[in-house]
Design a protein around this ligand. Structure first.
Ligand SMILES: Nc1ncnc2c1ncn2[C@@H]1O[C@H](COP(=O)(O)OP(=O)(O)O)[C@@H](O)[C@H]1O
Ligand SMILES: [Mg+2]
Length: 238
């Protein structure tokens, strides 16, 4: 492992009741990189992100972020340390407008990472600018997905966990989402995204970790994954 990692996950295991879902996930996110956590449906991608965020009660292993041990910390403390989490199900306040939804996420600026304002977020997501006064409940699924990401950014995270950001989005919105992730990286944010879509991951990520049945199986650059047909056939639905 070269370079200091921002997030380091070692031997992560997780259970739902008696079901052993993660049996050994290892991954590193280096400062300023986009890492794609890939794997088939049911491989454990969402569970990995939830476990990092402290949302899985039964877990084992070590999770270190920016010099802090996250293992055992409650979710709100993890968020306060600078980890933003965008779950796969959209979480917008349906009765609040876009602008009000953004204000709900506002946190103080954090040294060394971009400080977001509704204005800057409207530059990042031109769609949201047009919808500023719209209520969350009157937006399409893709627009709600963007609003959820934008609200998370209002917390000024240093690391963003994105669960399948391209899933179920219209092609035009997928393009905007990919452009937004690239812009976030250019502004210095580090991103861990779960993804099954190799095209989307290839467009935004530097490296990939592929998991199967809750275990890390492969890690390398996106370019290496694109060339490794055997790995793609073995662990991705391709
Ligand atoms: N709340 C839960 N309770 C029990 N089993 C779950 C729960 N959430 C997910 N699982 C199971 O855990 C496994 C991994 O799920 P998940 O992490 O959602 O995979 P992925 O995101 O890669 O599709 C699957 O077999 C799924 O059925
Ligand atoms: Mg998932």
């Amino acid at each position: 492992m070269t370079g200091e990692s921002l997030l380091s996950v070692r031997g992560l295991e997780a259970w739902y009741g008696r079901a052993h879902i993660l049996a050994g996930v290892d991954l590193e996110v280096r400062p300023g990189e986009v890492l794609a956590l890939m794997g088939r449906n049911g491989a454990g991608k969402s569970t990995t992100l939830k476990a990092i965020m402290g949302l899985v009660a039964q877990r084992r292993g070590t999770i270190r972020f920016a010099g802090h041990d996250l293992t055992g910390l409650p979710t709100h403390r993890i968020a306060r340390l600078g980890v933003g989490y965008v779950p796969e199900d959209r979480r917008v306040f349906t009765d609040l407008t876009v602008r009000e939804n953004l204000e709900v996420g506002r946190q103080p600026p954090r040294p060394g990472v971009p400080a977001w304002t509704p204005e800057r977020l409207c530059d990042l997501f031109p769609n949201l600018a047009e919808l500023r006064g719209r209520r969350g409940g009157h937006m399409s699924g893709g627009e709600q997905q963007m609003l959820t990401l934008a609200r998370t950014l209002m917390g000024n995270p240093a690391l963003l966990l994105l669960d399948e950001p391209s899933e179920g989005l219209a092609p035009r919105i997928v393009q905007q989402m990919a452009a937004a992730v690239r812009t976030l990286k250019a502004q210095g944010l580090s991103v861990l995204l779960s993804e099954q879509n190799l095209a989307f991951a290839g467009a935004v990520a530097d490296r990939a970790v592929v998991i199967e049945k809750g275990c890390s199986r492969w890690t390398g650059s996106m370019a290496a994954l694109a060339e490794d047909e055997a790995a793609r056939r073995a662990w991705l639905a391709l």
